[in-house]
Design a protein around this ligand. Sequence first.
Ligand code: CUA
Length: 331
Amino acid sequence: SRQLREGLIIATAALSGCEGIQSTLTPRGPAAESIARINWIMFWGATAILLLVMTLALYAVYRHPRKRRPISGNGMIVTGGVILPLVALSALLIYGTHGMSNLRHEPYEGALRTMRIEVVGNQWWWDVYYWIGDQGTNVITANEIHIPAGFPVAISVRSNDVIHSFWVPSLAGKIDLVPGKSNRILLQADRPGVFRGQCAEFCGAQHARMALFVVAESPHTFATWLAKQRLPDSTPVHPILQRGQDAFVANGCLECHTIRGLGKAKLRGPDLTHVGDRLFLAAGSIKNNPANLAKIIAHSQFVKPGSAMPSFTELDSDTLQSIAAYLWSLK
Ligand code: CUA
């Protein structure tokens, strides 16, 4: 029917719009694999028990009364009500506890010691700090985490305001970002790829638009990316880009957004150093391109209502385009 066809078209469009894998059932790293395994064991275990119970129930209903063999009431209660659940649930508990302890301790100790990534939650975006060697932090970015594929990477998380939860389903389990406390988790991607993550704890109006992307790259590509990120952005040479930079400063954008090489923000907003390199804007809300950069500047409160970023509706089109072009040039 027409309705079904339209429904299918909409569903296909919605699914194809997904950028990066975000599913517990498509694990792409060891931690996610063990979580998916527990999930499938529980699913098939529950299915087997359901089939057994349904078969017995149907037997009781449809078997001719005279052909039913009497079953001892006590025997049935002891077997089906005590022994079977005891065995099934104990097995699950032991397996689950064992898997959980694997996730929490052993691999973390073996994680890359040369680099630690700190993810900080804000309403509603993620700061990402790279602590490299013992030189402290020299890379700050936002809403996008690059990691070398094939290595366990230690991630520590904390919050600047309310409780958030860091969740990249294809790579690992969830970890809460609790104000005043530092938690940690391991991220490991087996192969290069882009994986979507999402805040998994309701944290206010734009909780749904608090996504992030993990970009797993070959160690060489990752090293190149990191080396580039450590450099400040250079001063634009093209007049239009220079005009954009001037407008960026004149409109007070530096109050909240740091651009290394241009200025440091007084207030907290996502760091925009090398923002032209990122896949998405506004914590995974819209794709990063010049048109969407202009859109988020002029209509931030339409894209992400309630966020601290005001809509700069008063900017004339030329100024707006020049700021967008300038930000897009920061690569
Ligand atoms: Cu942050 Cu939900």
